[in-house]
Design a protein around this ligand. Structure first.
Ligand SMILES: Cc1ncc(COP(=O)(O)O)c(C=O)c1O
Length: 393
């Protein structure tokens, strides 16, 4: 195998793609000395669990403030943050929650854990986010909440969503797992609805390895979420529990990592935006590829650079992914919509043909390596390879 080519990040001349010496992964987190120092500091203090260290509170306060929210409640993952949000809003059997069908299935699982019924909503073809125009027709007397997903770092068009929710007295929960720092009309996601839910998994904008966070402004809901996340211990007699709680507590070691990551969140986002600008400058003349957008109301943080072949015929997307894999470039297919998931068929709340636009996107889309630590040489190589592969098919 030959070496990764060297060269500048100029968007002008693609150059010949050379075979890299190793796999370029879809994501590699940016971790350095500051992260090592902060985690070591917590370790040396013996502050490993959430309740025994200062980092957890620091991370919760710092991240909530970053999102423009009063309260931050750290959890063990994005999935448990979503579940805790549903439980905090007392969503349960008989209730319906309108959810964007194109998402990581954790979003749907959170509704199902509570015995409630998810209602999959089809997408807008430009942003791949839930289309607000489709919401109203799916609202029934049992609807309790709208669960939006800011997919791949682009915020949902929240104005119409919030207006519909207000008129129908529905909660709005934001799944921000992929959108830390994204803004809608200048306001950060996570504080636009009633509760924001974040993930800090290793491939997220900032990471704690595994982890999640609720962000919110309502003090009553925050107290309830804080209690439920930690087994709902009693306040007078600790072991006289006030509800059936969960153990969704983030450790202080993870929070220490989060504190260090939070210090460089804007630098990471800027790097990801630069990376997206680079890819877009290289691909904008390729008629065969649909590229990510940034609507006038949005700051897209480009969690992943998610693209779609225009024509799904003949399994073209899979052929492109295979050809890139042969060159050592890892890609990942886009999400399979909820309405297409085999485990949900026959349950009575969705059918495969429910959301045609999401089905189409699911068959055409994939994402390219998008980590903030990608080198310029790697980016050059990926961009040249994508062009060559698309032009050869
Ligand atoms: C949109 C979305 N929601 C929820 C999750 C679940 O987060 P976690 O993996 O931290 O449980 C993810 C994560 O990967 C996601 O992308």
């Amino acid at each position: 195998m030959r070496t990764i080519p060297t060269g500048s990040l100029s968007p002008s001349s693609p150059g010949a793609a050379e075979v890299p010496t190793r796999l370029i992964p879809v994501y590699r987190p940016l971790l350095g000395e500051q992260e090592a120092r902060t985690v070591n500091e917590a370790l040396r203090q013996g502050a490993i669990s959430g309740f025994f260290g200062e980092h957890l509170g620091r991370f919760e306060r710092g991240f909530a403030e970053y999102c423009g929210c009063r309260h931050g409640i750290a959890t063990t993952s994005g999935t448990t943050a979503l579940h805790l949000a549903m439980a905090t809003l007392s969503i349960g059997p008989g209730d319906e929650v309108l959810v964007s069908t194109l998402t990581n299935m954790a979003t749907f699982f959170a509704v199902l854990y509570q015995g409630a019924k998810p209602v999959p909503i089809d997408i807008d073809e430009d942003t791949w986010n839930l289309d607000p125009e489709l919401l109203e027709a799916r609202i029934t007397p049992r609807s309790r909440a709208i669960l939006v997903v800011h997919l791949f770092g682009h915020p949902v068009d929240m104005g119409p969503v919030l207006e519909i929710a207000r008129r129908h007295r529905l909660y709005v929960v934001e799944d921000c797992a992929e959108a830390h720092g994204a803004t809608y009309q200048g306001k950060k996601v996570g504080g636009l609805g009633d509760i924001g839910c974040f993930s800090f998994y290793a491939n997220k904008i900032i990471t704690t390895g595994e982890g999640g966070m609720l962000t919110l402004n309502d003090a009553g809901l925050a107290d309830k979420a804080r209690s439920l996340k930690s087994l709902a211990f009693g306040s007078e007699r600790k072991f006289m529990h006030t509800a059936i709680g969960y153990n969704y507590r983030m450790t202080n070691l993870q929070a220490a990592l989060g504190c260090a990551q939070l210090e460089r969140i804007e630098a990471i986002i800027e790097r990801k935006r630069a990376l997206a600008r680079f890819y877009t400058s290289r691909f904008c003349d390729l008629a065969s590829l649909q590229l990510p957008v940034e609507k006038p109301y949005a700051r897209n943080v480009y969690w992943m650079y998610h693209v779609a072949v225009r024509d799904a015929a003949g399994g073209k997307r899979d052929a492109v992914m295979r050809a890139l894999a042969e060159r050592g470039i890892e890609t990942r297919e886009g999400f399979i919509p909820a309405n297409m998931q085999q485990i949900f068929q026959g349950q009575g709340w969705t059918r495969a043909d429910d959301c045609p636009k999401a089905n189409d996107a699911g068959a055409r889309s994939f994402y390219l390596p998008s980590g903030p630590s990608l080198s310029e040489e790697e980016l050059e190589f990926i961009a040249a390879s994508v062009r060559e592969v698309l032009e050869s098919l």
